[in-house]
Design a protein around this ligand. Sequence first.
Ligand code: SF4
Length: 475
Amino acid sequence: MNVSIKGDIKRNPVEETLISFFPEEKFVFLSEEIIDGVNIVSSMAGDILDLDVIVNISGKKVERRGGHRLSGDIKDSADKAARVELFKALCDATDIRPRWGIHAGVRPAKHARMLKEQLGSYEKAKRHLADEFLLDEKKAGIAVLVAQKEDKIIKDNDGRVCLYIAIPFCPARCAYCSFVSQSVGSAINLIEPYIENLKKEIETIARGLRKKEIKLGAIYIGGGTPGILPTDALAGLLSCVNENFDLSFLYEYTFEYGRCDLVTKEKLEILKGHGVSRIAINPQSMDEDVLKWAKRPYKLSEFIGAYFLAKETGFDAVNMDLILGLKGESGRGFLSGLERVIELKPQNITVHALTKKRASTSSIEKEDMGLFSRFNEMNAAMDDAYALLQGGGYGPYYMYRQKRSVASLENVGFEKGGTFCAYNVLMTDECADIYSVGAGAVSKVDGERIYNVKYPHEYNERIRSILEQKEKIFL
Ligand code: SF4
């Protein structure tokens, strides 16, 4: 789609607004006037912005022209006016209305919390999200509901930090994957040295935390697919954690097992024996044909068997991820899968909206995933998902949004009976320091981000400089 911007409006707010309508579109930005596409022309005099937004899409033309009085930071205020006018024009031109309005950030609940601090109450925060950021009432309500739930989790964490351990290996690459993860076929030889280096980084962080008397509250081992680790490597990694950290303040230890076809009694017992308290076994879909397309070709019987094996081994807190918008799965199909998952009664269920990242090397990069054409269907399915989950006793407790997601929808974690994963909240809303180890890991300490190298082979090659960098955090 061609987009022309003349004047003072920046490209980023325009592009973000367009993406919420057209997640799969590529935008070409031009400075001359165009016939098909979007024209934005603006001029500023003092605190007055003259703004013309002309949208001409699929033969439908909508024009919004007028003056705007700017306030606060003049440039930000002009960009916000452009977001609002473009959003309204696109709603009229497309007959769809993204539910999160012009809210472009990743963390709507964090935004609600900040607004509550500024405005004095969550009720006012909700009003502001609906009136100023054009969220529909339901989504504004969810942002506030989640923020309120998170408040208690953040308070109870009481300043403790989290440890994240990255296992960026998977048995095969899922069709929709856009993460940095290596399928084991091409990287099997990297695992053993990777785990040895990971232990060195764990020791470095543990030493630093002891030195500074920093309390560790939550551990999360994520991927990739941590369940891919061979039993010896898994036991060695977990022993390294137990031997090096003071775990007396730890209240949560999560292992994102991942795929059900990797679940074994032996590994589950190793996890349990080392104090892991929560695991995730993720079906992503409950339709075997969809799973085949997704390159996760396991049988549902395998998935259900793995879940009950985990329960038998004593895991009371199990999360299951589902993805809304997978190719070949209708809204109705997704919901019947969700019903089956709810029948299994896991403590946590996380609903993800399928995302298409342009930078991804995934095989779906070039395919039309119907993220635009299925807008209304997916929106309705997400609403029904909330209703089903809430009817089943689950409540939303953390959420985040990604660009280019189906119908511009959110990813949202549900829990029941206070079985939430605090790490998800603390990490997503940046409410605790996170010490992350491994390839692709990003630490956030004292408001600063510290990036490790992306790929396991780089990690193995550059472990010495990574350890030096980590030691400097604790100087
Ligand atoms: S399990 Fe996750 S990281 Fe691994 S290939 Fe699938 S989507 Fe990518």
